[in-house]
Design a protein around this ligand. Structure first.
Ligand code: F0G
Length: 443
């Protein structure tokens, strides 16, 4: 617990950027659901069984067998987290001038595509760009737009198509099996590989079971098997649906590609059977990937996220509808119409949630996806100004979540008093992690 006075000081010292706060000064931490979950007794037990051999550890083969059982990919490269898998994949697959379509790139995915000189293009369905629009699979890719983009660019300049499940930057919204099939069919026509950004695959599979015809009687594992059978490979941040605090992998079926990727893995991550992780990390990941498919777990997980969404909707707070899998996204543009996007309404709301109740959220808007022209200082703004309340897995109880809705209710009641911010310092790319802000003097 901290007092409001203390929080004012901490926030100012952090340049109004919640990433720069000390975690011990945060009461309820909804910054991310990544690596912040609680591991189970079984995972801790598995950690004790870690085989720390440099090469060919038993723990690696355990993980490979679990990944084969769920995802069905032949070649598995462990990485320390998702972005390491992304960097390796795009470094091998892309060259400057290429175009990578995705339903919506996550920030690190976009940055890794752009880092190798390729262009990252987001192609969500129109509903995916409209926070209030309801659609059971709002994370879907716009297949007509995909086809048009490939025609326009030329298939030879599209090294792969990616689907992010669930669509994090688009509101944690699921992608339907039908959409995966449709995207696959287009990829087949143009002979382009399809990769899945699989971070929240189990949550996506649960939504398919709940919402898509023909899946109500299938297990999450069966749905996952089918989904990944349409893909050539995946990148995975196991910090989400791997239920671990660190870990990830890159997997696929192409032997030549896997060999090239291994070379890069050895260069920066480690030998291919540990990839920058300890044997015990591989064990914990193997157990987590199985646990996350538990029906009881997934039912509770998705229901508890929806619970927060429903409370906020009752209060009148505009959120991305319907609630997604891992987080609730507040529409800061609608909540704070008096703050123009150039004055970072999302960032201002993040600051206010911390001041009011010690809650840490994250902006997914112009601070994250906008940019400042180096010469003119002109700010390019993002399509949406969202504030994400991400829910760590197996951590908070209903009373914590009730506290969060009470604080949001207070902030909502006083929203007209919230003022915009200006960015005082930044270091692109991924500027939002380290940028410093100041209260805007005039708007
Ligand atoms: N892809 C998606 C969809 C993600 O949400 C993330 C991470 C990554 C890739 C990168 O994985 O962090 O293990 O390197 N998302 C976190 C978040 C950071 O807060 O949403 P990583």
């Amino acid at each position: 617990m901290t007092t409001r006075d203390e929080r004012e000081g901490y926030l100012e010292a952090a340049g109004y950027n919640a990433f720069l706060l000390r975690a011990e000064h945060v009461l309820i931490d909804l910054l991310t659901d990544s690596g912040t979950g609680a591991m189970s007794a079984n995972q801790w037990a598995a950690i004790m069984r870690g085989d720390e051999s440099y090469a060919g550890a038993r723990s690696y083969y355990n993980l490979v067998s679990v990944i084969d059982g769920i995802f069905g990919f032949k070649y598995v490269l462990p990485t320390h987290q998702g972005r390491a898998a992304e960097r390796i994949l795009f470094s091998i697959a892309c060259k400057p001038g290429d175009v990578v379509p995705n339903n919506t790139h996550f920030d690190t995915t976009r940055a890794n595509v752009e880092f190798v000189g390729a262009q990252a293009v987001d192609l969500p369905i129109p509903e995916g760009r409209s926070p209030g629009a309801r659609h059971p699979f709002k994370g879907n890719m716009d297949t007509a737009a995909l086809e048009a983009l490939i025609e326009e660019t030329g298939a030879e300049r599209v090294p792969l198509v990616m689907l992010t499940i669930t669509n994090n930057s688009g509101g944690g919204q699921p992608v339907s099996m039908q959409n995966v099939r449709d995207v696959r069919a287009i990829c087949n026509r143009y002979k382009i590989p399809l990769y899945i950004d699989a971070c929240r695959f189990a949550e996506n599979c649960w939504f398919i079971r709940e919402r898509e015809e023909g899946y109500a009687d299938k297990t999450p594992r069966e749905i996952a098997r089918e989904l990944f059978s349409h893909a050539d490979g995946c990148t995975m941040s196991a910090k989400k649906d791997g239920l671990v605090n660190i870990g990830g992998f890159l997997a696929g079926n192409d032997e030549l590609l896997a060999r090239q990727e291994s070379r890069l893995l050895i260069l920066t991550e480690g030998f291919p059977t540990y990839g920058g992780l300890a044997g015990r990390d591989l064990e914990a990941m193997a157990v987590g990937l199985e646990e996350v498919l538990s029906e009881d777990y997934l039912r509770y997980r998705i229901a508890s996220t929806a619970y927060l969404g429903e409370r906020l909707t009752e209060i009148g707070v505009p959120i991305v509808q319907p609630p997604g899998g891992h987080a609730i996204y507040i529409d800061a543009k609608e909540l704070l119409p008096h703050i123009p996007p150039k004055a970072f309404p999302g960032q201002a709301l993040v600051a206010e949630l911390y001041l009011e109740g010690g809650i840490r959220a994250v902006e997914i808007g112009t601070a994250m996806f906008g940019s400042t022209d180096a010469e003119t200082g002109e700010e390019t703004v993002a399509a949406m100004e969202l504030v994400r309340l991400a829910i760590p897995r197996r951590v908070y109880t209903q009373s914590h979540i009730d506290y969060v809705s009470e604080i949001v209710e207070d902030v909502f009641a006083n929203r007209s008093r919230i003022r915009g911010l200006k960015m005082a310092w930044q270091a692109p790319p991924l500027r939002h992690f380290t940028a410093r802000f100041e209260p805007a003097v005039s708007e």
